[in-house]
Design a protein around this ligand. Structure first.
Ligand code: 9Z3
Length: 358
């Protein structure tokens, strides 16, 4: 069976069979194939870094969508560390989220214009105090580009993300043990299946049928006396009168399982992230994920402390290792950005026990 065809009747195969692939996929596949071929020739290790949040559209012609939290800092910072450590990087990121290197100058608090000045001859120059830091970033960026070490591919929706992940894993097959998957993207757990999605913008009031018979859920799915708008429902039974939008989401099939068991090359390493907000749940959820999918490493982080501490949960002892940026290193960088754990080099580690003092 070809790796990108799903013949068996599972939630994952139904997902692929019932959703069209993203329009950009053939172009991305061509770019990725050429990139991987080059890295195989050069005997380089390749990491697929996923970064940013996936969206869940409420309408096929999307005006509204649900989003997952992620600025893309973890993914972009980690991609830089991988490049510095000799990896070629496929950076699969949410369109317009942070990118390796340019992230230092593209934050809303780090606008690149603040780093520039006009010289006496009217040329645009980098201000003196930022010269060293910017030269350093520029050199690293140029080296990565000139050596064909960085391939940047965008996604927006959760469906695009999943199609891209499967295709890229398949293209990475020739890399074998030289492939690494570093899944930092914040992936939605819920979505509206395409066959239950409104085509046009969901209306909050009823549209007369002689104006439009677009699939306004209010027109189609509810009685004219109701003020509830349903989307994602097969057969809603509205009961009260209020201006509510009620959304019915399905669980996204568990693709990590398919990545580990089939899509990823034999011998490759798979690292996933677990994001929680409740400190009591984090390690439990990370362990459960590791047991369920039997991959190599789950990196757990809490929304509120994710920039300073992460926990590595592994199948091998010590099973749980906390990595923390010491308080003294949590200063702002020259570009005003706070230090953030990328690959955690130089950070302090503790086994099992959580140290105090954050
Ligand atoms: C993470 O936990 C990332 O570390 C963050 C990074 C999204 C918190 P930022 O981009 O934040 O630096 O602002 N990613 C979550 C990965 C995720 O959604 N994992 C799935 C899950 O937890 C499984 S693959 O269920």
């Amino acid at each position: 069976m070809a790796d990108n065809q799903e013949h068996v009747d599972t939630p994952e195969s139904n997902y692929f069979n019932n959703h069209p692939p993203p329009k950009a996929l053939p172009k991305h596949e061509t770019l990725a194939r050429a990139f991987v071929e080059l890295q195989v020739e050069k005997k380089r290790r390749v990491v697929l870094v996923t970064s940013g949040g996936t969206t869940v559209p409420l309408e096929n012609q999307t005006v509204r969508f649900i989003d997952n939290f992620s600025a893309g800092t973890r993914g972009a910072a980690s991609a830089e560390r991988f490049l510095e450590n000799g990896y070629a990087v496929i950076f699969l990121h949410r369109q317009f989220s942070l990118l390796p290197y340019s992230r230092h100058y593209s934050h809303s608090t780090n606008c690149f214009l603040d780093f520039l000045d006009e010289s006496p001859s009217s040329s645009i120059v980098v201000r003196d105090e930022y010269q060293n830091a910017m030269r350093d970033v520029l050199r690293k960026y140029r080296t990565a580009k000139q050596n064909n070490m960085l391939l940047i591919l965008p996604f927006t929706t959760v469906t695009e993300y999943i199609f891209e992940l499967r295709a890229l894993a398949n293209i990475m097959k020739p890399l074998g043990a030289n492939a690494l998957f570093y899944l930092a993207a914040a992936v939605s757990d819920f979505f509206i299946p395409r066959d239950r999605m409104a085509e046009h913008k969901i209306q909050s009031s009823e549209i007369p049928s002689d104006v439009s018979n677009n699939n306004n859920p209010l027109n189609e799915q509810s009685s004219s006396s109701s003020d509830e708008v349903y989307t994602g429902y097969n057969d809603p039974q509205p009961s009260t009168k209020s201006k509510k939008l009620i959304i019915d989401l399905d669980p996204v099939p568990k693709f990590l399982h398919r990545l580990v068991d089939g899509w990823a090359p034999q011998g490759s390493m798979i690292v996933s992230f677990k994001l929680e907000t409740d400190p009591n749940l984090l390690v439990y959820k990370a362990r459960t994920s590791l047991q369920r999918y039997a991959h190599h490493l789950v990196i757990g982080n809490l929304l509120s402390t994710r920039k300073w501490e992460v926990v590595f949960v592994t199948p091998e002892a010590p099973h749980e290792r906390w990595i923390r940026v010491p308080k003294t290193r949590r200063s702002k960088s020259i570009s005003g950005e706070e230090n953030q754990i990328g690959l955690a080099e130089g950070s302090k580690t503790t086994d099992k026990t959580q140290e105090d003092g954050n």
